[in-house]
Design a protein around this ligand. Structure first.
Ligand SMILES: Cc1cc2nc3c(=O)[nH]c(=O)nc-3n(C[C@H](O)[C@H](O)[C@H](O)COP(=O)(O)O)c2cc1C
Length: 214
């Protein structure tokens, strides 16, 4: 596949079949993750591929807790999700949450905390730079899944259950969880067009708001 086709169609998959996914089907995606940049090239990211049915069922059960709280917040308007197509998006995400235990693979993206290099901790606002040493690898993995014809759903809600997830999977103390990626075969073809901002609203020249592209 061309890179442009991969990045333009790597949608969040929310409807999966139960068809198994093999380690060799995932190998190239993990290899792409390996090549992502990290601050100081410290390479803090690790992945745990969860296949065991009891463990996946437990992860799915925990996931429902923050998901249902998020869903009710979004439905009541308490959490603004800011999308016109919000209702459909919530319905699809709820379907995924309710059926997560059936998705054949859950990949837990972890990181050695001392290997991320946050440079924005003194600004008096939420620090985000540390995640920059983790999520490029996660996205490379997601793109690799897309190239392999596999659907993926990048989620972070389950990070709330980090202590429980770490115990379940034997993740060492100094390692944190950053994302949980459900991976499987899609029950429908990949879309050809995603709902994304146009460049005119996203890229500016010299002054914020001064659009580079029409
Ligand atoms: C950092 C991050 C965290 C996310 N966490 C969740 C999550 O916990 N649950 C979920 O259903 N989707 C999650 N998503 C998926 C987003 O909802 C999705 O990327 C976005 O709605 C665009 O949807 P699309 O891929 O269908 O176009 C997350 C995405 C990102 C980038």
């Amino acid at each position: 596949m061309e890179l442009s086709d991969v990045v333009r169609t790597a949608v969040t998959t929310r409807y999966f079949t139960e068809e198994p996914v093999t380690d060799s089907q995932l190998e190239r995606a993990f290899d792409y993750a390996r090549f992502a940049p990290q601050g100081g090239n410290r390479q803090p990211v690790r992945f745990v591929v969860v296949r065991d049915e009891a463990k996946r069922r437990q992860l799915a059960e925990w996931y429902l807790v923050p998901w249902k709280a998020y869903l009710s917040g979004a439905q009541s308007g308490e959490i603004g999700i800011g999308a016109e197509k919000a209702e459909k998006a919530l319905r699809n995400a709820d379907h995924m949450a309710e059926n997560l235990h059936k998705v054949p693979v859950m990949v837990v993206a972890c990181a050695h905390l001392d290997g991320v290099h946050p440079t924005d901790t003194e600004l008096g606002r939420l620090s985000v730079v540390g995640g920059g040493s983790i999520y490029p690898a996660v996205q490379n993995f997601v793109l690799g899944c897309r190239e392999a014809g596999l659907g993926a759903a990048l989620t972070t809600l389950l990070c709330l259950f980090e202590p429980q997830v770490k115990e379940l999977l034997g993740i060492p103390d100094e390692v944190i969880t950053a994302a949980h990626i459900a991976v499987g075969h899609r029950s429908a073809p990949f879309p050809t067009k995603l709902d994304r901002l146009p460049l005119s609203e996203m890229v500016f020249t010299d002054s914020y708001g001064s659009a580079t592209y029409a």
